[in-house]
Design a protein around this ligand. Sequence first.
Ligand SMILES: Cc1cc2nc3c(=O)[nH]c(=O)nc-3n(C[C@H](O)[C@H](O)[C@H](O)COP(=O)(O)OP(=O)(O)OC[C@H]3O[C@@H](n4cnc5c(N)ncnc54)[C@H](O)[C@@H]3O)c2cc1C
Length: 453
Amino acid sequence: MKERKVCVIGAGLSGISHALDKQANGNNVTVFEKNAEVGGVLQSKNIEGFLLDYGANTLSLRLRKTEEFLKHYEVFEHLVDADKECSKRFIIRGSKVISLPKSPLSFLTSSFLSPLGKLRLCMEPFISRKKDFEKDENMADFVKRRLGNEVLDYAANPFIGGIYASSPETLILKHAFPSLFKMEQKYGSIFLALIRGGTNRLEKLPKTRLVSFKKGMQELPIRLASKLKNPVFLSCKIKKIEKKSEGQWLVFFEDSRGKKKENYFDEIICTIPSHNLGLIEWKDIRRPELLREVAQADHPPLALTFLGFERKQIEHALDGFGFLVPEVEKRKILGTLFSSTLFPNRSPRDHVLLTSFVGGERNPELSKLPKNELIALAFSENQVLLNIRGTPIFEHHKIWPKSIPLPDKSTERRILAAKTLREENQGLNILGAHINGAPLPNCMVPNDPSLFD
Ligand SMILES: Cc1cc2nc3c(=O)[nH]c(=O)nc-3n(C[C@H](O)[C@H](O)[C@H](O)COP(=O)(O)OP(=O)(O)OC[C@H]3O[C@@H](n4cnc5c(N)ncnc54)[C@H](O)[C@@H]3O)c2cc1C
């Protein structure tokens, strides 16, 4: 059989993973990346001895298929586990840093919820199953209905702020947390489902691991890219894609020296962020209006601040993952990771690194503050909450005007539009975090194989 030529656009985690998959199936794969490095939003920088992750900080290794993928491409042995202390997470309540219960049962014994909140939580197994599973439900309605308002305010709200920089009102349960959706569908109760080991017991590893890499999360796409037979074309921007006939594509790009070039391919796998789709000129494709539909994923703006201190400047033990801030607490940050507790090598000896998140859907305007105001804001919030003396000895920031694609009410339409585009245009695959889901495991091994041949 003739070797098929596949063009992958974008060398983020999605692009590289799909490229490896296509290569494994005997195709000749070329990956184009507009940046000078692979990784997309996974960018790790070592500045003055502080190791900063601009994108994802942790990979949650929960599923067997993710582990198999990492083993197959010899990345598994390079994983670094989060410190044991990081099973402890904190929440802000009444301006205090409170330790979050570690298990559903300990919710009842800890001071995290009021007696009324605990009582409401205990009613969960007795609340009847949702009647109409076809109708989309947002996270806020789901949590209110099954677990009560206090869990919504002090658990779901900060958690979703921390993962998606979003709010429970925006996210659709089925897309954002499919396992919770399935738990209610199958068992009629989250507690009962948890007692019975969840819905996809066989797919899960016996124990979830939170991992990263010695040199930060960018090591993941770098190591995977080293397994590609053809090196990634870096600093190469795709400008135009023309459909010549069914399964025949002419791709126009500008190389690293600004030279305009073109090449024929049998298949296109486009993994660029949805908001970049409109920057490419698409010629002669069928149903072009669907591209505009796919391009509509919402990405809240988000700023990250990185503050370095001498260890002795901070009174708090920093003995955990970090803290999250519920919206009802009316503070100006979404949360802070204790980065130097999480993984080794994140700060020089006897120093610590705090990574804070500002903006998101909750306070989009704050993410646009000038650097000095952003740093001052993050510092003052951490100062009071963690009892910090003096000023940071290291300050840095990163702004994502469009951060994480949200699994919101437009998700179903966008996925359907991408599927229809593929059916109408042989060899055209629009994929990436906005279609497969933003968490890193989804970018490596998509949950829904029907999205991809
Ligand atoms: C701040 C932040 C924190 C996060 N934290 C976590 C976390 O802790 N855990 C977790 O699981 N997930 C996390 N995520 C989500 C996860 O990191 C992303 O969903 C995932 O990395 C996206 O990968 P991708 O390949 O789909 O997209 P991207 O990484 O966006 O890659 C797309 C690539 O396409 C390239 N491109 C665009 N246009 C063109 C063009 N015309 N020609 C050529 N190339 C082009 C871009 O330069 C980019 O490299 C986080 C995301 C952000 C932003």
